[in-house]
Design a protein around this ligand. Structure first.
Ligand code: PLP
Length: 367
């Protein structure tokens, strides 16, 4: 987490402790004013019209559930379209609705992890009520053509939701320019706190959404529960810092990625999974022929690389994202993911490349 995020949150755990939904006392109104300022900051990131367009949740998992279940709640026998490489918080909720009778199209992707826009348009039918395609993938970093998807959705009068958790640290989305109805976001993907996130929802889409959490009627009755004030302040600070620093940060990260690969190029052949140019700058997913990722990771205990995202790395089944971009079982077992942050340095990337090359030599010598 960015230290400035932590600093901005601290007073809201202690001195400014009011409940923003209780405006009968000064403690409540002080908290309420702070939350409103924070919501303006977040709404501004999307160039949204009103702070009512921002619903705060416990993270992108809940936001994705709200976007999909919230739309399908009254339309269980309709049709929705999602890509086959969505995060489990989209895939699993779709499978839940599929078991209840909703028709779900899981769009295939190409070898870079991009959907085909013609496939998408062909899949739309009169029962289609929602398209959900992520802005950037959490395993391979591939960026989807969200502008074009939004235009297709609008042309066919279908709602479009995008899970932008991985994307928003690096790029803003201007909803006045791209007609996206719902956008999921998450604090801990932006150097903000964990356990906080939200859903941008346009005013016109709001009437199609039912709540999935019922209670005291907070947040226009769309997400009941006492607001997590420190979390909201923290995530709004993370949005502000992202807005102010992302151009420079992205440039630095793309440079570090280049330096990393140039170092490997000196001595090794390797394969990069996902797109080279349509990729968020903090994600490297790759493999070396005949080198098991597990063996590699075991030899590098000081480097936080993994066989997949946190949601996949504990699972026994083959990584479905890599499978869906066409990798063989062996290639999937060789593949690993490196995530950079804005605090990663060029020296660290060089040293990681050197350590990986040493480990690859050791493994190859032993087989
Ligand atoms: N969507 C994507 C693309 C993610 O990478 C993640 C994070 O793991 C999530 C959703 C879930 O976010 P959260 O951990 O905030 O629930």
């Amino acid at each position: 987490m960015d230290f400035r995020v932590l600093e901005s949150m601290l007073p809201y755990f202690t001195t400014i402790y009011g409940n923003p939904s209780n405006i009968n006392n000064i403690a409540g109104t002080t908290a309420r004013n702070a939350v409103e300022d924070a919501l303006y900051e977040i709404a501004d990131y999307f160039n949204a019209i009103s702070i009512n367009d921002i619903i705060i949740t416990s993270g992108a998992t809940e936001s994705n559930n709200l976007a999909i279940s919230g739309v399908l709640d009254n339309k269980a026998n309709s049709h929705i379209i999602v890509s086959c490489i969505e995060h489990p918080s989209v895939i699993e909720v779709c499978q839940y609705w599929q078991a209840k009778g909703t028709e779900v199209t899981f769009l295939p992707v190409d070898s870079e992890g991009r959907i085909d826009l013609k496939d998408l348009e062909k899949s739309i039918k009169k029962e289609t009520c929602l398209i959900s395609v992520m802005s950037a993938n959490n395993e391979i970093g591939t960026i989807q053509p969200i502008y074009s998807i939004a235009e297709i959705a609008k042309k066919h009068r279908v709602l479009f939701h995008t899970d932008a958790s991985q994307y928003l640290l690096h790029h803003r989305i201007d909803v006045q320019k791209i007609p996206i109805d719902m956008i999921s976001f998450s604090g801990h993907k932006m150097h903000g706190p964990k356990g906080i996130g939200g859903l941008y929802i346009s005013k016109s889409a709001r009437s199609s959404l039912s709540p999935i959490i019922h209670g005291g009627g907070q947040q226009l009755n769309l997400r009941s529960g006492t607001l997590n004030v420190p979390g909201i302040i923290g995530i709004s600070t993370a949005f502000r810092i992202a807005r102010e620093t992302q151009a420079e940060m992205n440039e630095k990260m793309y440079h570090m990625m280049k330096v990393f690969f140039q170092r490997l190029d000196l001595d090794m052949n390797y394969h990069v999974n996902g797109s080279i140019d349509k990729r968020i700058p903090n994600n490297i997913n790759m493999y070396f022929d005949n080198v098991s990722a597990k063996a590699l990771i075991n030899l590098l205990p000081d480097i936080a690389i993994s066989t997949g995202s946190a949601c996949n790395s504990g699972k026994k089944a083959l990584n479905y994202v890599l499978k869906n971009i066409g990798l063989t079982e062996e290639e999937i077992e060789y593949s690993f993911r490196i995530g950079m942050s804005k605090y990663t340095t060029e020296e660290e990337m060089i040293s990681v490349a050197d350590s990986i090359m040493n480990a690859v030599y050791q493994i190859r010598k032993s087989i």
